[in-house]
Design a protein around this ligand. Structure first.
Ligand code: ARG
Length: 297
C-alpha cells in the first residue's frame, strides 16, 4: 500500500516570501476564508489518496512554521532510509527538528528504518529536489535555487542509486517537483524553460523523445506538473483542459482537486505529501525472482 506523509494545515499561512509565487498580501486579504479553504483542500487531497488505496500519516501543525504543510521538503526517503533535509531559507529551518521528530515516531512504528543527516553546510530540500524514478531506478535531483549541486552526491552515496543532477534555471520553478514529474509508464512530464541547457541535455539523453511530455507555461503555472503519480492515476491541482487531453491520450487519468490556497505559497499536490514507501527494487520483481514464488504461481 502506498504511504504518504501529510501535515495538518491548521497553522498554514503565506506570511513571508521566499519564492516568486508567495503573496502574503493576498493571503492577508483572503482572511479566515483562505484558512478554511486550505483545510478543505488538504482534506480533499488526503481523501483522493485514500480512495486510491494509500495510507496517510499526519504530522501535527506547529505555530510559526506555515510551510510545514509541504513535507516533500522534509527528507528524501528510499528503502526505509530517511535523508533529512536542510533548508536554505532561514524561514523554513525551524521545520527541521519537527520533521526529525515525525520521522523518529515513524521509525518507532516500524514505518521507516533509519534516519541519516547531510554533512554540515550542505543544503538539500528533500524530495522536492530529489525525485525517485521507479521505472529507471534512479533519482533526478534539482539544484540551484534551493538545493546545492553537491547534495546530489550525498543522495547517491546515501541510497546507492544513480542520480541525475538537473540545474534549475529560474526562481519561479525553484524545486524540481514544480517542473518535472516521472510517470508510471516511463514518460516524463516536464516544463522545459525551467531547466538549464545542460539539464535539458541530461534529460534528453536518458528519456526517449516519445516519452517526453511538455507542459506549457499555463499548465506549469497551474502547478499541475507538481503531481502525485500512482500507476495510471495522476493526482494534481485543477488542470487546464489542454493538460487533461494530453495525459488522457497517453492513458493517464487525472484526479484533480482545488489547491489554490497552497499555490499561493508556490506548492501543490506533490509537495503537500511525502511518499514513505519507495523501494529501489520493485517489490513484484523481487518476488517474481524467487524460485518458490514461481513454483507456487
Ligand atoms: N513556500 C514553500 C517554499 O517556498 C513552498 C514549498 C513547496 N514545495 C515544493 N517541493 N515545491 O519553500
Amino acid at each position: 500500500m502506498p504511504r504518504f506523509l501529510m501535515t495538518d494545515p491548521s497553522h498554514y499561512a503565506v506570511s513571508y516570501r521566499i519564492n516568486p509565487w508567495m503573496r502574503p498580501e493576498a493571503w492577508d486579504a483572503g482572511g479566515a476564508g483562505l484558512s478554511r479553504r486550505a483545510a478543505a483542500a488538504s482534506q480533499s487531497l488526503a481523501r483522493i489518496l485514500s480512495g486510491l488505496g494509500a495510507a496517510i500519516h499526519w504530522v501535527g501543525a506547529a505555530e510559526g512554521l506555515p510551510d510545514l504543510v509541504f513535507p516533500a521538503n522534509a527528507a528524501v526517503v528510499l528503502d526505509g532510509r530517511v535523508l533529512l533535509a536542510r533548508f536554505r531559507c532561514p524561514e523554513r529551518r525551524g521545520e527541521e527538528p519537527v520533521f526529525r521528530r515525525a520521522f523518529e515516531r515513524l521509525a518507532a512504528q516500524g514505518l521507516v528504518a533509519e534516519i541519516v543527516t547531510l554533512p554540515d553546510g550542505c543544503f538539500q530540500e528533500g524530495a522536492g529536489d530529489a525525485i525517485w524514478d521507479a521505472g529507471r531506478r534512479l533519482f533526478w535531483t534539482g539544484w540551484g535555487p534551493r538545493s546545492d549541486r553537491v547534495a546530489s552526491d550525498h543522495v547517491a552515496a546515501t541510497f546507492g542509486r544513480p542520480v541525475v543532477p538537473l540545474e534549475l534555471a529560474t526562481e519561479r520553478f525553484y524545486h524540481l517537483d514544480t517542473c518535472f514529474c516521472p510517470l508510471a509508464g516511463g514518460e516524463i512530464l516536464y516544463y522545459p524553460p525551467a531547466f538549464s541547457a545542460d539539464a535539458l541535455a541530461a534529460i534528453r539523453e536518458r528519456v526517449n523523445p516519445g516519452d517526453l511530455i511538455e507542459a506549457d507555461e499555463h499548465e506549469a503555472a497551474a502547478f499541475c506538473v507538481n503531481a502525485i503519480s500512482l500507476r495510471r492515476e495522476l493526482v494534481m491541482a485543477s488542470a487546464p483542459a489542454s493538460l487533461r487531453a494530453k495525459l488522457a491520450a497517453r492513458g493517464y487519468r487525472l484526479r484533480e482537486t482545488e489547491l489554490a490556497p497552497f499555490i499561493l505559497s508556490g506548492g501543490a499536490a506533490f509537495c503537500m505529501t511525502l511518499r514513505l514507501d519507495h523501494a529501489s527494487v520493485p517489490k513484484e520483481t523481487a518476488y517474481d525472482r524467487q524460485p518458490d514464488a514461481r513454483a507456487l504461481a
